[in-house]
Design a protein around this ligand. Structure first.
Ligand code: B12
Ligand code: SF4
Length: 523
């Protein structure tokens, strides 16, 4: 049977990384089937395009996965596929949280023939077999014979054959406008491909922050892959990058990559010992980054950026969403420790919490400016279905758009905040993005980084220009030209340094994006 796995885009921004679930389920598909993958972020499709694709490729089953914010588009695409006579199975966090919605058991139209609840590693082969026999059930749940939920172990995690898959649609270089590619080649970046690959080394997070779906979905039992399996995957990617004359970076998508610091350190040591370093990004909560040894190993193993949900600079706000383990008075020290090792942070903030008052963006920005530069991102507190936050706000009658996902609008509140109006909260988030990614802020960030390596400066600048696109989508050529023109001073300054390094290379600073050695002593 020919199977299509499809992940819709959110119709607003472009995602920069393929979704792991598609590759994982492809690897877990029993032999004898052909699995096609389409990520709407890389290959935007209308309902008609999708139906044509399905007909041309004789697809017999379509699997659709989506986060809450893409679900509206996912349903639209699913409706078109079903109308063309091909069965649809849906999976992922959203349909697990509200399974009655895709199955039309809530009195609204039905969108899926079947749903896969929770982690589908073990149910997927059964779904494929049933679909082939034409006996799809409505619900597939990972349960044992007593009906108790079973979380898959990651001991026998499959090797995802990245090197044998057609990764063309995920080649980020191809999405760069020609002009940007030419500019990058002046900086020595002449790669044929650039792939950001998602890898999971473990699942689960026990922290239970009120707004987060992870503890409910993956459970508080943490599971890890073996070090060997993760390192082998990295080595395969390194071989792929060599073969393609391209560049590979990795996003460890674990919710809390250092949730068990002893295990994380042992994995990082093995990466170093086996020479499996590639530049990587991971999500780690700030409380785990007090550990100097861990940070040093992160740097030596290729870690470049750490995504941290700082959420708020107000301890009371943090307590109100069960995230009191974040300590705002330690943020600066943690970020400085990372920066000493040439590791930087993507710091995520949420506005609209109960303690927020007008001016919260400015107060946050004032504090952020006193830290080493990173990539701050801002969002509004969003009640995702089946989270404790959703239930609290629903009980208090504060939800203004209880099914906000069916009318998804980015940066739009779905509930009444306490100390600020809906309009003010939305304005705060706009202001935070505009100020953080203004040409003035980008120029001053580059000034701070002047004493850092050329590589650090180049990556900061590229990320700053790209992250701007999360709030101000930069889809067209004119948008990019405008951004480049506005930021011409730091770009030209960096270009001059690149030319200088090319013709008068500095022995201690090669023109390369390979992980640089940490300035700190090794562990
Ligand atoms: C990596 C990641 C990102 C990446 C990019 C996504 C990507 N390209 O991979 C980035 C950083 C960009 C990101 C952004 C956001 N993310 Co995010 N992200 C994740 C994260 C950490 C990992 C996703 C992952 O690959 N997991 C591992 C795979 C194996 O698990 P899985 O996707 O759940 O798939 C399994 C099952 O669900 C199932 N399955 C999934 N799909 C399908 C489909 C079929 C057909 C079947 C049968 C089964 C099936 O089978 C898989 C194997 O068991 C998850 C948390 C998590 N641990 O999952 C959050 C998560 C998905 N993100 C979340 C959110 C909220 C966001 C943002 C909205 C945050 C924000 N405010 O900006 C944005 C939205 C991005 C967008 N494009 O619009 C929420 C989603 C909640 C929800 N109900 O939708 C999650 C769950 C985290 C959370 N805090 O609750 N994210
Ligand atoms: S620490 Fe992160 S992943 Fe864990 S519950 Fe909190 S927000 Fe979710």
């Amino acid at each position: 049977m020919n199977i299509l796995l499809y992940n819709p885009d959110n119709e607003v921004t472009n995602n920069f990384m393929p979704h792991l679930w598609m590759f994982l389920l492809k690897s877990l598909t029993p032999p004898g089937h052909n699995v096609f993958l389409i990520d709407g972020n890389a290959r935007r499709m209308s309902t008609q395009d999708l139906v044509e694709y399905i007909r041309e490729n004789h697809i017999g089953l379509v699997g659709i996965g989506a986060m809450t914010r893409m679900i509206r588009k996912a349903y639209r695409m699913a409706d078109a596929v079903r109308a063309a006579g091909v069965p649809v199975v849906m999976g992922g966090p959203h349909v697990t949280e509200v399974p009655d919605e895709p199955l039309g058991r809530d009195g609204e139209p039905r969108h899926a023939d079947a749903v896969a609840l929770g982690e589908a590693d073990q149910t997927w082969p059964a779904i494929v077999a049933d679909a082939e026999r034409g006996t799809l059930k409505e619900v597939y749940a990972p349960v044992n014979t007593d009906g108790k939920e079973v979380k898959p172990s990651l001991d026998d995690y499959p090797m995802i054959p990245w090197d044998r898959m057609d990764m063309d649609q995920f080649n980020l270089i191809k999405h760069f406008p020609k002009m940007a590619r030419r500019l990058l080649s002046l900086f020595g970046m002449t790669w044929q491909s650039f792939h950001l690959i998602p890898i999971e080394s473990g699942r689960g997070c026990p922290y239970g922050c009120e707004f987060c779906t992870v503890t409910g979905f993956f459970g508080d039992s943490i599971r890890f892959r073996s070090n060997e399996s993760v390192v082998n995957e990295l080595l395969m990617l390194k071989a792929l990058e060599k073969r393609e004359k391209g560049k590979v970076a990795v996003f460890f998508i674990d919710d809390n990559f250092a949730i068990n610091p002893r295990r994380t350190k042992s994995l990082l040591r093995e990466i170093i010992a086996r020479g499996a370093q590639v530049p990587w990004v991971a999500q780690i909560s700030m409380n785990l980054l007090r550990d100097e040894e861990l940070v040093s190993l992160i740097a030596q193993s290729g870690g470049r950026w750490i995504f941290m949900g700082l959420e708020s600079i107000d301890p009371e706000n943090l307590k109100s969403v069960s995230k009191g383990f974040n300590k705002p008075n330690e943020y600066q020290a943690v970020l400085e420790r990372l920066a000493r090792h040439n590791v930087y942070a993507i710091t995520s903030f949420i506005f609209g919490m109960d303690g927020d008052r007008p001016g919260v963006a400015q107060r946050t920005l004032d504090v952020v400016r006193s830290w080493p530069p990173g990539l701050p991102v801002f969002g509004l507190l969003t009640p995702y279905p089946a989270t404790p936050l959703y239930d609290r706000l629903a009980t208090a009658g504060r939800l203004t758009r209880p099914k906000h996902w069916l009318e998804f609008k980015p940066f739009t509140m779905a509930f009444k905040p306490l100390g600020i109006t809906v309009d003010q909260a939305e304005e705060e988030v706009r202001q935070a993005w505009a100020s953080t990614y203004s040409p003035q802020t980008i120029a001053s960030t580059m000034g701070w980084l002047e004493s850092r390596t050329f590589t650090d400066r180049l990556i900061h600048l590229l990320c700053r220009l790209a992250f701007r696109g999360i709030y101000f989508p930069q889809m067209k050529r004119q948008d990019w030209l405008h951004v480049l023109f506005q930021n011409r001073v730091p770009i030209l300054h960096l270009l001059a340094q690149a030319l200088e390094l090319k013709f008068k290379p500095h022995p201690r600073e090669p023109l390369s994006l390979e992980p640089q050695r940490s300035a700190e002593p090794t562990v």
